[in-house]
Ligand binder design. Structure first.
Ligand code: GLP
Length: 242
């Protein structure tokens, strides 16, 4: 059963998660972080950056693996997850860019990109703490409904609802890529600690299904129920259907 923590603001959630990550880095300076994109984890990255600004510590050996990437966007496109992770997390926290990996969404290497990414995570010793948001479809990473609990990093097709949700980042809805590379639910299960955050009423159904619903691949978030160490941090609105 996941530990569910209720907070009254995104800022409070960020402070909590950042404190736990900071404590981990203190114990293990080469901590391997699992980094998520989207608006949800922004408060975590901001709180960690603020904590380090106030009370500096060496994070130069911290490593990171992003959850997912769009397929077919150049890495330097402003909305590629490589760019987003750099802007939202790597720069503000002061992580070493060379230590941060993002799945390769380049079409030329798409067949081997997943297996290569899994090998890189293994070579780093596995992910110590995986930060997760959740989509309205219940997706974690970009594992849309129907994703196998044993899945590894691979190419997936985005759900139409997800493309509509992410259209806000692109000039027009038609510019949202159709495919992505995402860590699998099996990859996520191998991380040693999962921190799932969600805010707002539009996440309430996905959170209820993830935390309390039946364990089913039609609700990918329910994978957290198979993990021995999960912290779910939610505001009142996201928790309203628990
Ligand atoms: C995105 C990402 C997910 C994220 C989710 C929710 O598309 N691929 O990793 O958790 O959708 O996004 P947001 O946090 O902006 O609501």
């Amino acid at each position: 059963m996941a530990e569910v923590v209720f907070v009254d603001s995104e800022a409070a959630a960020g402070t909590l998660a950042a404190a736990s990550i900071r404590a981990l880095i203190t114990r293990k300076p080469d901590t391997v972080l699992g980094l998520a994109t989207g608006s949800t984890p922004l408060s975590v990255y901001a709180a960690l950056a603020a904590s380090l600004a106030e009370n500096p510590m060496d994070v130069s050996r911290v490593r990171g693996f992003a959850l997912d990437e769009y397929v077919g966007l150049p890495a330097d496109h402003p909305e590629s997850y490589r760019s987003v992770i750099t802007r939202d997390a790597v720069v503000p926290i002061g992580l070493t860019p060379e230590n941060i990996q993002v799945p390769n969404g380049d079409l030329a290497t798409i067949e081997t990109a997943g297996v290569d990414y899994e090998a890189a995570i293994r070579a780093a010793g596995g992910i110590d703490v995986q930060i997760l948001g959740i989509g309205r479809t219940g997706h974690v990473g970009f594992n849309e409904p129907g994703s196998s609990f044993a899945s590894i990093t691979r190419i997936k097709t985005l759900a139409e609802k997800t493309r509509i949700d992410n259209a806000r980042f692109f000039a027009s809805p038609g510019d949202v890529p159709i495919h992505c590379m995402t860590q699998g639910l099996g990859t996520i299960l191998r991380a040693r600690h999962l921190i799932l955050l969600a805010f707002g009423e539009e996440k309430a159904d996905a959170i209820a299904a993830a935390v309390e619903g039946p364990i089913t691949s039609s609700k990918p978030g329910s994978v957290i129920q198979l993990h021995p160490h999960v912290t779910v941090i939610v505001d009142e609105a996201a928790a309203s259907r628990l």
